[in-house]
Write a protein that binds this ligand. Sequence first.
Ligand SMILES: Nc1ncnc2c1ncn2[C@@H]1O[C@H](COP(=O)(O)OP(=O)(O)OP(=O)(O)O)[C@@H](O)[C@H]1O
Ligand SMILES: [Mg+2]
Length: 393
Amino acid sequence: MLRCFSCGGKWLKDVKDFDDDDDDIPIRSSDSSEHGSGRSLLSGRGKESSSQKGNMARSFTFRELSIATRNFTETNLVGEGGFGRVFKGHLDSGQIVAIKQLNRDGFQGNQEFIVEVLMLSLLHHPNLVNLIGYCSSGDERLLVYEYMRMGSLEGHLFDIEPGQQPLDWSTRIKIAVGAAQGLEYLHCKANPPVIYRDLKSANILLDENFYPKLSDFGLAKLGPVGDNTHVSTRVVGTFGYCAPEYVMSGKLTLKSDIYSFGVVLLELITGRKAIDLSRKAGEQNLVVWSRPLLKDPTNFIRLADPMLQGRFHVRSFYHAVAITAMCLQESANFRPLIGDIVVALKYLASQSNKKSSRGVARSPLPPSQSPSPLKHGSDSFSRDRDFGSFSSI
Ligand SMILES: Nc1ncnc2c1ncn2[C@@H]1O[C@H](COP(=O)(O)OP(=O)(O)OP(=O)(O)O)[C@@H](O)[C@H]1O
Ligand SMILES: [Mg+2]
């Protein structure tokens, strides 16, 4: 995935060199030990962290990881990103893992490596990928994760191969719920809160049951504490997913992540990439293309991914679009909190489970959980139908 803002690209040899970039370092490394058993800088506000205290990343030798990947053979290669290449590996214990090898010529460097290790040593939730260990040996930097059999969400939404089954609507909603729960943990349960900064479909990994987990915490940053409303930082992230106010001012808030989440929802709804340079002018930036459609509920259906072939729960679809529009509000203050998004999406998931075919919805959203002033009674879609009550979005 194209990164428009580099995170520095420095190849830092030692942990102590981190002080070079004080402004952009989420956590200090002084208390990190080889086995990640240092004093915890983040204390979970939820039950997840206390229940997973023993779940610490361990240190691997380069030799162990070479053996696990059969010397990093191409046949074990499962993907490649800005950080480097990702290999499938088999540990001595029999466990299957994904091993990410830092590319020394890449833009992303040692800083992200250490932030990733520290963050994932301290943060634990079923919707965050599990870091099993790491290797820091000479110039080599590797990360060892639980293996996510279905790869990234990106691989299931775009450029579907002939014969590949597109994701159905209820699976898309389940993925949205899981990703939102992961974000809720970062925003509401981690203490201090963590701003993820790199939410995108490439970083939502899926297990064999399409259960989603957020990955790549190398850009994550501790959120504002006390009376502060934002943290100021160099702008990093992925083009197409960054909130406009963050790009303009460098002021980072939890609402920056909400905007990125809105872009992911839009990808789930449309099956289009956040940025797709192969499309004609005017359609290359997904948010720009969708803005006029998001403003007019009679156009919502034009957002639907053709791969869904109209097989979705209509009310659930409309509500999902409404939630998306709220997340993508230009004004950060008007974007919803992640806790409210989780409630609304869970409700949609329960509706999608009832029936995932076109046009049947048995009950409207309860007013207290409604993501928008939705008009009730629109059980089946009609292009000409009056959806005037959506106009407040
Ligand atoms: N834990 C994992 N299990 C299985 N496959 C993985 C795992 N982590 C990454 N991958 C695969 O490797 C690919 C590359 O992932 P990576 O995180 O390195 O790059 P990216 O997120 O696509 O891009 P970038 O790092 O530039 O933002 C993913 O799309 C996925 O297919
Ligand atoms: Mg990634």
